[in-house]
Design a protein around this ligand. Structure first.
Ligand SMILES: [Zn+2]
Length: 303
């Protein structure tokens, strides 16, 4: 057993102000519950806190088109607007998104410097495409962080593991032609957004694990572990970034998997044996109290 280290929680106040509308599942209540759980007295021994900086335009342009970023800025100047049927900006959304991407960059850099870190952020990112918002996501936080690690921090290989219950179609689209990156996703099938088949392999760097609801929890845990093992067989990553959605939990209103907090703990314990720096970025999860419970367990496991 190695000694425990403090986990850096990177966050920004604007992320509780981004609001896609009354009754929307991606609500400010999610992050408020997560932050409250991470600030609970029992967590003080394992956490330190840092306010995120905004991602620089150059960092965003590694993942997104200039036209799309200009569109987001134009909507921001108007005080908000609708990007697709379920992705909506208010007056705080652009600021929240840019700080979420900045938080993702920061946790990756911290991990590379030896500090485990968790970006407690919203909006989520893994559905965001190079030129389009989608599925509550504006900027693809994890890919922005992965490309910063490669282009600025000069690492050679980044593994993205996505345990959000939805397939990260945006992440896959950004990874699938870039052999410096590998993407492993466990997701419910069929389910939004409809991508993530086993035969979507990119340049051999995409490892999709689509699964039906109703399997024993142990099956989901095992199958993602096996996919991570395949992705890292003969390919040692310099950095592991987790797209940490918690909507595969039992009780989530948008999906029907059955995971419990200890399942996220067991994944982190398993992957730690690789000895690769590990950072984690919040994605989905729509039962706020359950997300908070799982996020706290996850952060304790990162320590
Ligand atoms: Zn999700």
């Amino acid at each position: 057993m190695t000694s425990r280290s403090l986990v850096r929680i990177v966050w920004h106040p604007s992320q509780a102000e981004h609001n896609p509308g009354q009754g929307h599942p991606e609500s400010p209540a999610r992050i408020k519950a997560v932050l409250a759980a991470l600030r609970a007295p029992g967590m003080a021994a394992v956490t330190t806190w840092e306010e995120a900086e905004p991602a620089e335009p150059a960092a965003l342009l590694r993942a997104h088109t200039a036209e799309y970023l200009a569109q987001l800025q134009a909507i921001d100047r108007r005080g908000g607007g609708r990007l697709d049927e379920d992705t909506v900006m208010n007056q705080a959304s652009y600021r929240a998104a840019v700080h979420a991407a900045g938080a993702a960059i920061r946790v990756a850099r911290l991990a590379l410097d030896g500090t485990p870190a968790f970006a407690a952020t919203r909006p989520p990112g893994h559905h965001a495409l190079p030129g389009h918002a989608m599925g509550f996501c504006l900027l693809n936080n994890v890919v922005v962080a992965a490309l910063d690690a490669i282009e600025v921090q000069k690492v050679e290989r980044v593994l993205i593991v996505d345990w959000d219950v939805h397939h990260g179609n945006g992440t896959q689209a950004m990874v699938e032609r870039d052999p410096r990156l590998r993407y492993v996703s466990l997701h419910q099938w069929p389910l939004y957004p409809g991508t993530g088949r086993v035969d979507e392999r990119g340049v051999g760097n995409v490892f999709n694990v689509p699964r039906p609801p109703g399997l024993p929890r142990e099956a989901y845990v095992r199958d993602l572990n096996e996919a991570v093992a395949r992705a890292t067989d003969g390919w040692r990553p310099d950095l592991l970034l987790i797209s940490a959605g918690f909507d595969a939990m039992a009780g989530d209103p948008l999906a029907q998997f059955s995971l419990e907090p200890e399942d996220y703990v067991s994944w982190v314990r398993e992957w730690r044996t690789m000895g690769v720096p590990m950072a984690s970025v919040l994605e989905g999860g729509y039962a706020p109290e359950r997300v908070a419970e799982a996020a706290a367990a996850h952060v304790r496991a990162l320590a």
